[in-house]
Design a protein around this ligand. Structure first.
Ligand SMILES: [Zn+2]
Length: 279
C-alpha cells in the first residue's frame, strides 16, 4: 500500500486544470468518422495477438479467457479499455503502457499520394494506451478493429500498428495509481473550476491517460518519472505534451521506415516487424 507522502504533490499544481479527457489524435478522429462507435465484446479465441510470439499465444489466451469478454471495446476509448483490463486481470502478469501509436502504412499512403484524408496532417504518433501480458504487447484496441470495423478489414492488418512506449506501468504502479484516484476526486471537487469540474469527474469515471495527470499533480517521483515545473506548466496548455519523448522516437523510427519504403524496386526493404521483403 503506498503512503500518501509518496503521492502528495511535490509542488503546487498549476492553477489551470487541463482537459485530460479523450486523446486528440488523428487515428481516433478518422476512426470515429468511419464507424458509429459500437461496443464490441471479444472472447479470447478471437484474439489474434500479433505482438505475442506464437509459442506464448495459447498461454496468454488462457490467461485472458476468464475476463476479456467483460471488457467493452469502443472507438477512441483506449485509456479506459487498457485500464479496465488491469482491473479485470488483477494480476502481476499484466502491465499498463502509455505511449504513442500509428499505422505506418497510412503515412506511406500519404507519401505516395494514395490518401488525402483531412485528418492526416503530419508524420506523428497519436497518444495511446495498451497492455502487456507476461511482458508481451497486447492491444485490445487493435484486436477489436478486426471485429468491429468491417470497412477496414479489407486492407488493415493487425501487425500494421506500431507502438512506442512512453511509460510502462507495472501492476503495482497501477494499484498505486488507483489509490490516488480517490485523492484526485476530492481534489477536483474542491479545486477545479466549475466549468470543467463535471467533465473531469466524468472522465475520472470513464478513464483517461494517467501520465499527464501524474505530471500535472507532481507525482512523478512516486512512479519513477521526473517532471519539472516547466513540464507541469506546458502540460496545462497541452495534455499531449508529456508524450513528446515517445513521439520523437516514433517519428525517427517512422521516417527511417518511410525512407526504406521509397527505395527503388528490386532492392530489399525492411518491414516494420523486423523482417525483410523484396521491394
Ligand atoms: Zn489518410
Amino acid at each position: 500500500m503506498p503512503s500518501l507522502e509518496v503521492l502528495a504533490p511535490s509542488s503546487p499544481a498549476p492553477a489551470a486544470i487541463p482537459d485530460l479527457t479523450a486523446p486528440s489524435n488523428s487515428v481516433a478522429a478518422s476512426a470515429s468518422a468511419l464507424s458509429p462507435d459500437p461496443a464490441v465484446f471479444l472472447t479470447s479465441d478471437k484474439l489474434l495477438l500479433p505482438d505475442v510470439p506464437e509459442h506464448a499465444r495459447e498461454s496468454v489466451r488462457a490467461f485472458l479467457s476468464p475476463f476479456v469478454s467483460s471488457i467493452p471495446l469502443k472507438n477512441g476509448d483506449c485509456w479506459n479499455i487498457a485500464q479496465r483490463m488491469m482491473l479485470a486481470a488483477n494480476s502481476p502478469r499484466v502491465g499498463y503502457v502509455e505511449g504513442v501509436w500509428s499505422r505506418p502504412e497510412h503515412d506511406a499512403e500519404h507519401q505516395r499520394g494514395e490518401c488525402d484524408c483531412e485528418e492526416y496532417q503530419k508524420i506523428q504518433g497519436a497518444p495511446h494506451a495498451w497492455n502487456t501480458v507476461d511482458g508481451f504487447l497486447v492491444d485490445l484496441v487493435v484486436e477489436f478493429k478486426f471485429i468491429g470495423w468491417t470497412q477496414e478489414d479489407e486492407y488493415w492488418s493487425p501487425d500494421d500498428w506500431w507502438h512506442e512506449p512512453l511509460k510502462a506501468y507495472s501492476f503495482d504502479d497501477f494499484e498505486k495509481y488507483e489509490f490516488t484516484r480517490a485523492w484526485y476526486k476530492k481534489y477536483v471537487k474542491k479545486n477545479a473550476p466549475k466549468r470543467v469540474r463535471r467533465e473531469l469527474l466524468k472522465s475520472l469515471k470513464e478513464g483517461f491517460s494517467i501520465t499527464p495527470m501524474i505530471c500535472f499533480l507532481g507525482w512523478g517521483d512516486g512512479f519513477g518519472m521526473t517532471f519539472t515545473e516547466e513540464d507541469q506548466l506546458a502540460m496545462a496548455n497541452d495534455e499531449d505534451y508529456v508524450f513528446k519523448p515517445a513521439n520523437d522516437r516514433f517519428v525517427t523510427r517512422l521516417n527511417a521506415w518511410l525512407q526504406q519504403q521509397a527505395v527503388p524496386e528490386g532492392t530489399v526493404k525492411r518491414l516494420g516487424n523486423g523482417t525483410e521483403a523484396a521491394a
